[in-house]
Design a binder for this molecule. Structure first.
Ligand code: NAD
Length: 430
């Protein structure tokens, strides 16, 4: 068992991170990091019936929770995993985490499409804790109910199974349109469906925004820049995309979704926001979707060799999920209707990044007193088609218009994510 010391996280300037978010444009997005962590660092089924005999149940559970969430275990479901029969007894939450009591004038009705996915669920946690009314629509193609199940039953929360390719009617003030599979194996699984989701889903949500006069934000992507010829990429760059390659269903889907978004702005006066999101990582990322961060962590934790595709010289930048959520909320509530890059500019070669992940995994294992049989190796394999060689955001616009910049170092974010995956491995679900 890990030591019971709380996790101390330092930001890029060396100051301790105790909260995420900030107040911008009259909208508060600040919440305590410990309460947020209590929602993701201990998955609801992590309490195992395999316990050491000398500690009573309550004490053991409290100690283990305290390591990660500093005593907020009351806000976590007490579902129990039975390793002997590989089964789980679900329970609902005993108490919801406290949400801010907003006056009706400040409380917004917010629709989050794709809210059961990786990014969506963190956005939902934040908006809920801030006291807003949140409706999630999701078809659960890549998302899972478990990512938001801790809010089910809360009077401010609604979860609807719905495919955005079909119209959806609701009264709302803001729409965060995130629904779209985001990792290559998922968006290539059914390329035609991915394009339909990008185009028809966006069309339906823009139609809803037009009718309700809701503000509309779309999660676009750095993939709209394709394999770029300029570095870093700013929002004025038009991109270099292969329209017929295996990634085109996603890249061109997002490009046409942006076109549609600005069409509704010009023709119908819809109030739009476009976030071009760069590589983001964090807890709740699907460990098996082929993204480089989760691949490396899972391989290193399992003691397997870490696979780098290509010669490892291609570069990537990685932003931690809380920075992205800060940026999305700031953008939604700002007056900036041009596209805005949201990403972390710290650039790594994939080879360097593999080494960083290996170091972080070893650090967490050492802190937890885990035994390693050997140091994992980093092995190189051929690169997949169309994999961009280099991509890095120019986030000047986000800094100037949103007063936003990433706070989390890649290493700090990795430490949280390693702890999250470790907990999942311990309970047998990874
Ligand atoms: N994670 C990143 O690094 C990243 C980078 C750039 C852009 N984005 C964008 O952010 C958004 C969220 O990405 P994510 O990483 O959370 O991916 P994710 O796959 O975890 O989440 C996507 C969610 O959308 C849902 N969904 C998919 N198709 C749907 C449909 N037709 N109807 C309703 N729901 C549907 C999925 O079930 C899932 O819950 C996506 O639009 C993605 O393109 C993410």
């Amino acid at each position: 068992m890990a030591s019971a010391l709380p996790i101390k996280t330092l930001d890029k300037s060396g100051n301790e991170i105790t909260s995420v978010g900030f107040k911008r444009f009259g909208f508060d997005s600040e919440v305590k990091i410990d309460i947020l962590r209590s929602l993701y660092l201990r998955p609801h089924y992590a309490v195992s019936t395999l316990k050491s005999a000398d500690i009573d149940d309550e004490a053991q559970e409290t100690t283990h929770h305290a390591v990660f969430t500093q005593g907020h275990s009351a806000y976590q479901s007490k579902s129990i995993f039975h390793p002997d029969t590989n089964s789980i007894s679900y329970t609902t939450l005993s108490r919801f985490p406290p949400v801010t009591l907003l006056p009706p004038s400040a409380r917004k009705r917010i629709l989050v499409t794709g809210g059961a996915g990786f990014v969506g669920s963190h956005l939902v946690d934040r908006l809920m804790l801030l006291g807003h009314e949140v409706t999630v629509i999701d078809n659960f193609f890549t998302g899972s109910k478990t990512t938001v199940s801790h809010w089910v039953g809360h009077p401010n929360f609604e979860l609807v199974r719905h495919d955005v390719v079909e119209p959806f009617m609701i009264e709302c003030d803001q729409i965060y349109h995130l629904a779209c599979p985001a990792s290559p194996p998922h968006y290539q699984f059914n390329a035609v469906k991915t394009i339909k989701t990008s185009f028809m889903g966006t069309l339906n949500m823009l139609g809803l925004a037009k009718r309700t006069k809701a503000r509309f934000l779309i999660s676009s992507t750095s993939e709209v820049y394709g394999d770029p010829e300029v570095h870093p990429q700013n929002e004025e760059y038009w991109g270099h995309v292969n329209p017929i390659g295996p990634r085109a269903c996603y890249d061109e889907g997002k490009r046409v979704a942006e076109t549609l978004t600005y069409g509704f702005q010009r023709q119908d006066g819809v109030n739009v926001r476009v976030a071009r999101i760069f590589n983001t990582y964090g807890p709740r990322m699907n460990p098996y979707d082929g993204r480089v961060v989760s691949n490396f962590i899972v391989q290193a934790l399992k003691g397997e060799d870490m696979t780098v595709y290509g010669d490892g010289k291609q570069t990537r930048s990685f932003q931690y999920i809380h920075d992205l959520i800060d940026g999305l909320i700031a953008l939604m509530n700002s007056d900036e209707s041009r596209p805005v890059n949201i990403g972390n500019g710290d650039e790594f070669t994939i080879g360097e990044f593999a080494e960083l992940v290996r170091d972080v995994v070893e650090k967490v294992q050492d802190e937890d007193g885990d035994k390693r049989s050997r140091r994992v190796d980093i092995v190189y394999k051929p690169i997949p088609t169309d994999d961009p060689q280099k991509r890095r955001p120019d986030t000047t616009r986000a800094k100037e218009t949103l007063d936003w910049q990433p706070k989390w170092t890649v290493r700090m974010g990795l430490e949280e994510m390693v702890r999250y995956y470790k907990a999942k491995m311990a309970e047998g679900s990874l």
